[in-house]
Design a protein around this ligand. Structure first.
Ligand SMILES: [Zn+2]
Length: 379
């Protein structure tokens, strides 16, 4: 039986919903320690963070493999065709929460690392695996904690390979070389409760928020650039009134999320939203602005070249490089000056009911990871 499959199943059977790790990282540490990996823990609060290292950073490049052991909640458990933490296989697919995002990728990284140090025990450089249990959550006590330690101690990896599920139609067809930023905003417009029959006397905040939303949801914020799609805005919640059919609401609230590229920095977007409010004569409002991720882009270098060559030699085609999808913890490593790229399993079922990964892809991904490590370290 495939080692990658076995390890993936072991991890999926641990219901590690953020921030709980359910012993996933300790299991991986116990697995890699006999192969000479050094273990460092960086736990904070309920979040578990582990760094496993092998080799000497003075003798060559440091290659950091980055992943997470936490998963999103299962949602409606009765809607799953296979129990979400049973890791059952059906028709060549492994079912379970976290199979694709990203315990399958973590298992592939672990086995690739094991294989590399077994075949090349005296490899130059340093191999690292960093895992957190706070990627799917607020991400405030996870990878960023270790990134700060790297910065303070001057331990800057040359390369960071993130194992998030980036593949679109077939394994390895898509590699991320950056990510869009993500901003969560909450707008509250205050008005005055009144009688619907005397609308001319009241300032109805529901009407104002509707006007505002009709502008911002149709606006073209930018055209994107060579690497980033155009900035987008989506409303995630909308609330006003509901007391009685003849009462106008005293306040209206909308929550929205913006996904931006570097052409539209968050400060510019905020300013543009504030001037739209001014243009609409909306003055009595509160705007909460929460930047959950800044966009990042890492120029192509040795890592992206190694990924391209490995995918081509093992899978037989060239991957597309882009910056789509959600954010990832690569955003904490990129500012260190590290070349960051992401490659992992197919992402079409992630966060959904019946999340799954193709069993055959697990070993293929491991082989690609192994080949990338070999190209970077040149043992
Ligand atoms: Zn993930």
């Amino acid at each position: 039986m495939s080692m990658v499959l076995e390890l993936t199943q072991e991890l999926v059977r641990r219901p590690s919903v953020t921030p709980n790790d359910e012993g996933c990282q300790a299991f991986i540490a116990a697995y890699l320690e006999p192969f000479g990996f050094n273990v460092e823990w960086f736990n904070r609060g309920c979040v578990t963070n582990i760094l496993l290292s092998h080799g000497d950073p003075m003798s060559g490049p440091t290659v950091l493999m980055l992943g997470h052991t936490d998963v999103v909640p299962v949602g409606d458990e009765s809607a799953w065709s296979h129990p979400p933490f049973a890791a059952q296989i059906h028709d060549g697919l492994l079912y379970g929460r976290g199979t694709a995002d990203m315990k399958g990728g973590v298992a592939a990284m672990v086995i690739a690392l094991r294989r590399l140090v077994e075949e090349y025990p005296d490899h130059p450089g340093c191999l690292q695996l960093l895992l957190t249990s706070d990627e799917e959550g607020p991400a405030t006590d996870g990878t960023c904690v270790v990134a700060d330690v790297f910065k303070e101690q001057g331990r800057i990896p040359e390369f960071c390979l993130v194992g998030e599920p980036t593949s679109n139609k077939v394994l390895g067809d898509m590699v991320r070389v950056g990510r869009r930023g993500s901003i969560n905003a909450r707008l509250i417009i205050e008005g005055e409760q009144g009688h619907t029959a005397f609308g001319h006397l009241v300032e109805n905040p529901a009407h104002k928020i509707a006007e505002f939303l009709s502008v911002v949801t149709r606006l073209r914020w930018d055209e994107g650039d060579e690497f980033f799609p155009a900035t987008s805005l989506q409303v995630s919640a909308l609330q006003a009134g509901g007391i009685a059919t003849n009462v106008t609401p005293a306040r209206a609230e909308a929550r929205f999320n913006l996904r931006n590229g570097p052409v539209s920095p968050q400060a510019d977007l905020r300013q543009r939203i504030e001037s739209i409010l001014t243009d609409l004569h909306i003055t009595d409002y509160q705007l909460d602005w929460n930047v959950s991720a800044e966009p990042f882009y890492t120029p192509q270098g040795e890592l992206t070249v190694a990924i391209e060559e490995s995918v081509l030699s093992i899978l037989g085609y060239s991957p597309e490089m882009n910056t789509g999808g959600g954010t990832s913890d690569g955003r904490f490593i990129a500012p260190l000056g590290t070349e960051v790229a992401e490659l992992g399993l197919l992402n079409h079922s992630i966060h959904k009911v019946n999340e799954h990964a193709a069993v055959a892809d697990l070993d293929l991904l491991m082989a690609v990871y192994f080949d990338i490590l070999r190209r970077l370290l040149k043992p």
